[in-house]
Design a protein around this ligand. Structure first.
Ligand code: ATR
Length: 280
């Protein structure tokens, strides 16, 4: 029930109607008995700054930020955590009562948590390949570097963008059409491209070159088993899906908005899977 004291948080994206974040956060709110609500906002594609300015002062506790606003949210913040600064993007803004805007990036925590939970993967265990060089790839690269990954290899269609990220993390850059050297002996391969999302061909790299005990992860969760993950499974690799990362970045966000961790007994993955299967 919505009351006069209901705390409001949400997610901002464009488009945002497909977001599973409202489902996840509202399930946690209901189970925890918190008088709060989590809604989706769709600012105009060029209007994030105005939207965020309007929320200063704390009418809304905070928002998660998704595509295409993660860099704009970085610009809108007055202060931020070190991990958000390293990622160059934020997925969490908090609107303090004093009018300031604080930012964080919990995507890296989601990434590391998903790799550990679904595959028992430790970032220190070997070379990591990141496919893509956008904001998602940069966040993955800076997180893996911070977690002690010994060798980071960035593969991208546009080599210059891969080089920019490789420089940040003292890694190496490879063009997508000549990426054998990147895949060779890899312990983990993470798809952070948007290839395949809007009708183009899905990403295809020589997975047979990785270590036999390698892990493949896709940040996309729709479908849950992407063509990239299906290929990895056919090769016998362990796989980690984007839904696990989504849930594991949501948990610290929930705590930042509502002051306590999400109740562990709620099967938010089951809820999200049911929604995905229903085609919503
Ligand atoms: P985000 O910030 O969400 O990561 P982005 O900045 O648009 O999104 O980055 C998308 C990534 O997917 C880029 O690495 C892009 O490659 P380019 O830098 O060469 O554009 C990659 N990508 C998108 N479509 C692709 C395709 N069809 N094949 C290969 N890579 C693709």
């Amino acid at each position: 029930m919505i009351t006069g004291k209901t705390a409001v948080a949400g997610v901002a994206g464009n488009p945002v109607a497909h977001s599973l974040s409202p489902l996840i956060h509202n399930a946690w709110l209901a189970a925890a008995g918190i008088d709060g609500v989590y809604v989706a906002f769709q600012p105009p594609a060029d209007g994030f700054r105005r939207f965020a300015e309007g929320l200063r002062g704390g009418a809304v506790r905070g928002i998660n930020v998704t595509v295409p606003f993660k860099e704009a949210a970085f610009e809108a913040a007055d202060e931020m955590t070190g991990r958000a600064r390293a990622a160059g993007a934020v997925n969490l803004l908090l609107f303090r009562p004093d009018g300031t805007v604080a930012a964080d990036n919990t995507d890296g925590e989601g990434l590391i948590g998903a790799l550990a939970h679904q595959a028992g993967f430790d970032p220190e265990s070997g070379p990591a390949v990141i496919l893509g060089a956008g904001g998602a790839a940069r966040g993955a690269a800076t997180t893996l570097a911070a977690e002690g990954c010994p060798d980071i290899r960035i593969v991208n269609r546009t080599l210059s963008r891969a080089q920019a990220i490789a420089e940040l993390v003292a890694g190496r850059a490879f063009p997508l059409d000549r990426c054998e050297g990147a895949l060779e002996g890899a312990a983990v391969v993470i798809n952070a491209t948007t290839a395949g999302l809007s009708g183009q061909a899905p990403i295809d790299v020589p997975l047979h070159l990785t270590r036999d005990d390698a892990v493949a992860m896709d940040m996309v969760y729709k479908p849950l088993v992407t063509p990239f993950l299906a290929r990895a499974q056919a090769r016998g690799l362990r796989t980690v899906d984007g839904l696990e990362m989504l849930i594991r970045q949501a948990a610290p966000s929930f705590e930042a908005f509502f002051g306590r961790p999400p109740p562990p007994e709620v099967d938010v993955r089951g809820l999200a899977l049911a929604t995905l299967e229903a085609g919503a």
